[in-house]
Design a protein around this ligand. Structure first.
Ligand code: JDN
Length: 273
């Protein structure tokens, strides 16, 4: 897979030399190219921003440097005989949520181009222009305020790269990631433990040392249900009663959840009626 990142802070992407992504690059599984947007400016101050039409606070990224940068990448690839067009990934707080499902979709593409912005974002005409020629995805990694799209690019590249064939070692694996699509669970993972069995007078739960695989599985599932109920009630509310076994339903009742209309409802919701 080829990845290009166009940014005014190329040094911000230095972590892509490290760890899982860095090793995938060394093995030739990933071809990552980081570009300085200011290469595609022509004035002595390498200007990339200007004041917003219509007024208001902050600055807006000028369209011309982005257009020249993207055209050069597209034309260069065509000249090298590359048949595929890239998917353009635009981090923006007003984008669609970046989910595991989208990570899986992007991991199936041969070429991704990321365009992290600063300031108030990029002149709208850039997305419009390239959306007429390319697959463009405007994405947000979550509902909080950042100063620019570079940190989201690091997040998305890691989420995508680990899905590529041969990138994950044996230490990790995709099996029961909390958000893996199609995994029957859309439950959070429960707690994990390793040696020693007692640390600062805190003991590993007895059941995990019992060697009783059935009881271990049930305990883990109960922990996952409790954790999901506490931290992500929205996920639990999306699971139908039919997907839950008898012990699951008993656990949720014990946690104060109420079964109604084929779903479970959090404690305090739906009390009367
Ligand atoms: O959260 B983000 O993807 C994000 C993107 C931009 C930003 C702030 C946050 N400013 C310009 C793009």
């Amino acid at each position: 897979m080829r990845l290009d990142v166009i940014t005014i802070f190329p040094e911000y992407l230095a972590p892509l030399d490290l760890s899982l992504v860095g090793k995938a690059r060394e093995r030739g599984q990933l071809d990552v190219r980081v570009h300085d947007l200011r290469q595609w400016t022509h004035d002595r101050h390498h200007t990339v921003d200007d004041t917003p039409y219509g007024g208001g606070p902050g600055m807006v990224m000028k369209p011309e440097p982005w257009g020249e940068a993207l055209d050069q990448l597209l034309d260069g690839a065509r000249a090298e005989g590359r048949a595929e067009e890239p998917t353009l990934v635009v981090p923006t707080p007003s984008g669609a949520p970046f989910t595991q499902e989208l990570a899986v979709e992007l991991s199936g593409r041969p070429w991704l181009v990321f365009t992290p912005a600063r300031y108030e974002g990029i002149d709208r005409r850039v997305v419009e222009e390239y959306a007429s020629r390319l697959n463009v995805r405007e994405v947000s990694i979550g509902d909080y305020v950042l100063a620019g799209g570079e940190a989201p690019v690091l997040v998305m590249v890691e989420a995508v790269a680990r899905l590529l064939p041969g990138v994950l070692g044996n230490a990790e694996s995709h099996r029961d990631d909390s958000f893996a699509p199609g995994a029957m669970e859309r439950l959070l993972e429960g707690p994990v433990y390793t040696k020693p069995p007692s640390w600062r007078e805190r003991d590993v739960p007895e059941v995990l040392l019992s060697g009783h695989h059935g009881r271990v599985a049930r305990w883990r599932r109960d922990q996952a249900l409790a954790r999901t109920a506490s931290h992500r009630p929205d996920l639990l509310a999306g699971i139908g009663s039919a997907e839950l076994d008898r012990a699951d339903r008993e656990k949720l009742c014990e946690l104060g959840w109420v079964e109604s209309d084929g779903r479970f409802w959090p404690p305090g919701d739906r009390v009367e009626e």
